[in-house]
Design a protein around this ligand. Structure first.
Ligand code: MN
Length: 311
């Protein structure tokens, strides 16, 4: 491959789409994209905030169903209350991981608790389950104790999913994945090795920052609302912080299959989606009931007239 082509492809930057969730909270949707559907099995990535939740009720995402995935919730700032149809009721704080596995079907809600700090800022991620794991039992796990690696006096890495420098997150996932936060207390940079066969995505949470790898002559600038994508074959990745800032990094072995993603469902066939939608609409019991949320559950939107296609 000519050097020029490699240089061009080493770090691609994709722009978020603006989307609204639940009560209308605006988010930056970084995955899926037309040109970049997944990074490993990470198939959905919303970055939201910082939002001021001091007035009114704050964040409110009413009960809604999921199939075919794990949801991973990560906060940079603030406090969120999770409830689900297994009966879980769990507060999540920065540095902790909420990981919910859909099994054949689960429902959950997320909201700001009454007592909370004003600022809310985080990421909501989905992990596509391998086909052989979609029928297993649903699960919710909260991880408070995650490995934190001090790279230098200014830089710490918290391992949410997978492994970083030999330290492994206790979170259970079903494919080869990484997910970690890198926190700088001042200007600086770190370089970490990429796993063999992994592709990566990097977002900057707080402001302009940069990402580089050996094939790039100059670091690539990214701001909140952008996702840097580094393809497989990059041996190591460098993050550059101009001052106090946080990054979230996702990685994994490219999925190698197409998914049908519609509303809150991840599947391989249109029938799986329509059956899940019917079960939610008819309240058949497949997804169970979320208790304790004050308000109605989300209504399923109509199916697209053109049908559902794997992409
Ligand atoms: Mn959800």
């Amino acid at each position: 491959m000519p050097l020029q082509a490699r240089v061009h492809r080493a770090v691609d930057v994709v722009e978020a789409r603006k989307a609204a969730i639940g009560d209308g909270t605006e988010v930056r949707r970084l995955l899926p994209q037309r040109e970049l559907r997944t990074i490993g099995a990470w198939c959905f990535l919303d970055h939201y905030g910082p939002d001021d939740t001091s007035a009114g009720e704050g964040m409110r995402v009413p009960p809604h169903p999921h199939i075919g995935l794990q949801t991973a919730s990560w906060l940079f700032d603030g406090l969120v209350l999770h409830r689900d149809s297994l009966g879980s009721e769990q507060l999540i704080r920065p540095g902790e991981l909420n990981l919910m596995t859909s099994g054949r079907g689960i429902a959950h809600s997320e909201e700001s608790p009454r007592e909370r700090p004003a600022e809310l800022h985080g990421v909501q991620l989905w992990i596509a389950l391998p086909r052989e794991n979609i029928g297993q039992l649903a699960d919710f796990s909260h991880y408070r104790e995650l490995p934190v690696i001090a790279e230098s006096p200014e830089v710490t890495v918290t391992v949410a999913v997978g492994e970083y420098r030999g330290e492994r997150s206790p979170a259970t996932v079903y494919s080869e994945l990484s997910g970690f936060e890198v926190r700088f207390t001042g200007a600086g940079q770190i370089t970490f090795p990429a796993f063999e066969g992994f592709e990566y995505g990097v977002l900057s949470a707080d402001g302009p920052a940069a990402v580089g790898c050996p094939a790039t002559a100059t670091p690539t600038q990214i701001s909140p609302g952008q996702l840097a994508h580094l393809p497989t074959g990059v041996p190591r990745i460098t993050l550059y912080a101009p001052g106090p800032s946080r990054f979230f990094v996702v990685g994994g072995v490219p999925l190698g299959e197409k998914l049908i993603m519609w509303w809150n469902f991840v599947a391989r066939t249109a029938a799986e989606i329509t059956e899940a939608r019917d079960a939610w609409v008819s309240n058949s019991g497949r997804f169970g009931e979320v208790r304790g949320y004050q308000g109605d559950r989300l209504a399923a939107p109509p199916l697209p007239p053109g049908g559902l296609k794997a992409r």
